[in-house]
Design a protein around this ligand. Sequence first.
Ligand SMILES: [Mg+2]
Length: 256
Amino acid sequence: MSAAPPITATLPEPRADWALFLDFDGTLVEIAERPDQVVVPARLRPLLGALTEALGGAVAIISGRHLDGLDALLGSTRPALAGLHGLERRSRDGRIHRPPDHGDQLDGLRKAMHAFARQHPGAIVEDKGSALALHYRSDPALEHAARALIEHHCESLGDAFRLQSGKQVLEVGPAGHDKGTVIEAFMTEAPFQGRTPVCLGDDVTDEDAFAAINRLGGHAIRVGTDRPTAAGYELASVNEAYQWLNRLARQLQPRH
Ligand SMILES: [Mg+2]
């Protein structure tokens, strides 16, 4: 476990040899009441295009959503992607990396989550196939009951699955994959290899990424200021993240 560096007020000076890893919800888009209600700002696609050009393609989105959902939201930009908190990954060259799907082992929990959501209108089940998320953003008081239900089922699922907590969401998915392992995988291949990794993220699941970034000698930047972090830098909001990323893209833009 790498020690958390103290938060530094001044962000690192942008460099053309960076590899950029960006969380999606809460970092590039404001978190919505339901994941399917998220609004992608018009400024996102041009920003991703400019960053990709400035960094030789070494830009990846690292999200808890699945790859297809991310593609639908990102349109034709097609950056390198990691979905389901690192479980699935698309390399820059388009190759998909995905372990065998054991989502059927979650059927008992799946039924229990749907029954819970019928009983509690503030709860929403997001079925990602190989992972299941229970959101309670509309009714945060449901956390205790939701956690008890999931922990009960996790006992019978054994070590092959793990429970992850996020912002008003609890998620169960295969163990052994997280946002840190997926960054390490990207860093072994082009165009990421040999670059300095830089990661922006807002949630608890991004801490795995920040720990990996610290091990790799990169820069971890937390978006938002509401919890302890292993990141060495912070940006206060999604808006500040856009301002900083835009400045980075402008500063590093190759001269034509
Ligand atoms: Mg996030």
